[in-house]
Design a protein around this ligand. Structure first.
Ligand SMILES: C[S@@+](CC[C@H](N)C(=O)[O-])C[C@H]1O[C@@H](n2cnc3c(N)ncnc32)[C@H](O)[C@@H]1O
Length: 222
């Protein structure tokens, strides 16, 4: 199930992740700051692809009593998240595709994770799994990268995103590393495709809450 190449890349990036992610994702900090404001006092929270734990840290700041479960296939990422979040959080080293639980959650979040899933069929299954894992009235918050709806908007997105990265990184790093990794590994969807897939998974309301270039936060309610 696990895409070994993706996992290895994230393992290697873990130590440096918090330093570079803000230079890669426009509004990364704003997306994470918004997330706790979208759920009314969640008792149980699932952080899918928790990485170094930045989203869960914001949730725990707002709701110290929330019971958090963090999953991620990368042991290096989980190690850093564990140090950041402490032992009250449950950690599981697993890709979302293989994750199994009897627990039901008030809030599920995935920040910059779903583009790692390599086929739309598998991504649809994952959305259905998230829907099933939520309590009635629960919320799923997804932040991710998108493709443009047409060639022109895709070209503009790529231009603006590259310009954003060039504000804080040299051109050889932007083109030779980050955009090369994106082209090789990432599987972003069009916004219209993702909204339709979440609806198909059963979510009753699906809304774009915040968008920055080709990145957006979607709130889906069960
Ligand atoms: C770009 S990082 C995002 C980390 C964190 N959510 C954040 O916003 O900072 C992507 C994370 O997703 C994890 N990941 C990759 N494939 C995954 C999968 N199939 N299921 C769950 N997590 C996955 C990676 O190990 C990595 O930690």
């Amino acid at each position: 199930m696990t895409n070994v190449n993706v996992d290895e890349a994230y393992n290697k990036q873990a130590d440096d992740y918090d330093r570079f992610i803000v230079k890669l994702i426009p509004d990364y900090l704003r997306f994470n700051a918004l997330i706790p404001r979208l759920a009314a006092k969640p008792g149980t929270v699932l952080d899918i692809g928790c990485g170094t734990g930045n989203t869960s840290a914001r949730i725990l700041e707002a709701y110290p009593k929330a019971k958090l479960t963090c999953i991620d296939p990368s042991p290096a990422m989980i190690g850093i998240a564990r140090r950041k979040l402490g032992d009250s959080v449950t950690f599981m080293e697993s890709p979302v595709e293989a994750f199994q639980t009897e627990e039901r959650f008030d809030l599920a979040v995935s920040v910059m994770v779903m583009h790692n899933i390599q086929t739309t069929a598998r991504r649809q299954e994952v959305y259905e799994k998230i829907y099933s894992a939520l309590n009635p009235g629960g919320a799923y918050v997804s932040v991710d990268i998108f493709k443009g709806e047409c060639d022109l908007s895709q070209k503009l997105f790529m231009k603006y995103w590259r310009d954003f990265m060039l504000e804080s990184m040299p051109m050889d790093e932007v083109d030779g590393k980050w955009l090369a990794l994106y082209k090789e590994k990432d599987k972003p969807l069009k916004m219209s495709e993702q909204l339709a897939m979440l609806k198909k998974a059963g979510f009753s309301s699906v809304d774009i809450i915040h968008k920055a270039m080709n990145f957006a936060l979607i709130l889906a309610l069960k």
